[in-house]
Ligand binder design. Structure first.
Ligand code: CUA
Length: 328
């Protein structure tokens, strides 16, 4: 039994030590988090080794000889031992708590010149907004997270619906997105490259698909990206409601005025009659709020609020209001 135990222990120790469980760190804060992780791991391994070692020794040393059916000799408490097994865990747990508290405070201490990026989570997409970076009269906003290398970023995070959790494994810092409050975390990327943004809170059927891309670029690369986003925003804003409808909605909806023939969703020549602006807006942004008879929820994408700008949605709504036969 001891040999088997030793062999299994050696294999598992090799697995623990030699497999790179954590991706290469790519932020200034990652070191603090990794140190906390390894501190806890080492303490756990040591405690486990002591408990398992004593158990194995006791089984080997004190086992009853064959044929011995007597009770063991009665034992009463051992004050010294009891003090030891109370005091040692207290010291270990306090060490973990104090180290983690200090590490977290250091990691989340944003320098005054940090860039603020707002994160909005929604089933099942991420939206990143850059206050102070203007595009078409509003703050630049993107489905991709673009950061400048070595520039500290304070993320201000919220959710439009259920609880999500923002995490880029290479950055280590992780923070919940909760509706109604704004949580924060700080990341200073130190490596150029592309990393996955992952939702780490089970948030519904689409949870495993709730991913985005974090791209860390140079200062010049960031400036180029901002210019490109501004150009795209300007192009998108000039497209009229009818063009937008044809591009975005036509493959699923019939609408005679736009000449579209899609039959996946409701026929809008009929469905729009007598409807008002509020209904149209809700149907675009939150299509499952009200399902037309004979259709299934979850078919129409529920991320138009993210993929289209506010201007685009407004011109789309305006165009569709014109198609309601004067009901709006
Ligand atoms: Cu959002 Cu899981």
């Amino acid at each position: 039994m001891t040999l088997v135990g030793l062999a299994v222990g050696a294999v598992l120790a090799a697995v623990a030590i030699f497999i790179p469980w954590l991706p290469e760190p790519a932020s200034r804060e990652a070191g603090l988090i990794d140190n906390a992780y390894w501190l806890v791991t080492i303490i756990c391994v040591a405690v486990f080794a002591v408990v398992a070692g004593v158990s194995v020794y006791a089984v080997w040393k004190f086992r009853a000889p064959p044929g011995d059916l007597e009770d063991g000799s009665p034992i009463h408490g051992h004050t010294g031992l009891e003090i030891a097994w109370t005091a040692i865990p207290i010291v270990l747990v306090l060490a973990i708590a104090i180290y983690s508290g200090v590490a977290l405070a250091q990691a989340e201490d944003a320098p005054d010149d940090s860039r603020v990026i707002e994160i909005s989570a929604q089933q099942f997409a991420w939206r990143f907004t850059y206050p102070g970076v203007e595009a078409q009269g509003q703050a630049l906003s993107s489905g991709e997270l673009v950061m400048q290398v070595d520039e500290p970023v304070e993320f201000q995070i919220t959710s439009k619906d259920v609880i999500h959790s923002f995490w880029v494994p290479e950055f280590r810092m992780k923070q919940d997105a909760v509706q109604g409050i704004t949580t924060r975390t700080v990341v200073t990327p130190t490596k150029l490259g592309t990393f996955p943004v992952i939702c780490t809170e089970l948030c519904g059927l689409g949870h495993p698909t709730m991913r985005a891309q974090a791209r860390v670029v140079t200062a010049a690369g960031f400036e180029r990206w901002v210019q490109e986003q501004r150009r795209l925003a300007a192009e998108g804003a000039s497209a009229g409601g009818k063009e937008l409808f044809t591009q975005q909605c036509g493959s699923c909806h019939v609408l005679a005025d736009a000449g579209t023939q899609g039959e996946v969703g409701p026929n809008l020549d009929e469905g729009l009659q007598g409807q008002d602006e509020a209904f149209i807006r809700e149907s675009i942004l939150d299509p499952d709020a009200m399902i037309a008879e004979g259709f299934q929820p979850g078919v129409m994408p529920n991320n138009f609020g993210d993929s289209l700008s506010e201007e685009q949605i407004s011109s789309l709504v305006e165009y569709l209001v014109e198609q309601t036969g004067g009901g709006g």
